[in-house]
Write a protein of this length. Sequence first.
Length: 116
Amino acid sequence: MRLRREELQDNGHEVTSRWLDEKYKSFEEVATREEVLEIAIRDLDDIYACDVLIAFTYGGKTTHGVRFHEQGYAQALNKELWLVGEPENCMQELFNLKFDDWNDTVVHAICCEALL
């Protein structure tokens, strides 16, 4: 994901996803409830600050439901929603744009004026 962030930034887009720099690799590694709340609030702030939320599907494989919560929050805020991969649920059918792969997404992002 960090490489994807760099690719967008190299093309002039701001990426608000601070979780990419998070020191924890999983929820279980977080030491305290205060840290959990800090991470959650920061994540919601980042979504609030973005223009577009790009969601990736993983062939039905997921380790947690956080990304679905993030997608719903972005949708409630009327954010532009882009999906990379096949929809995993009925809510993802509501996304504004769907791409087969990351390369198609980047091509569109380069042509798009207001992204992230």
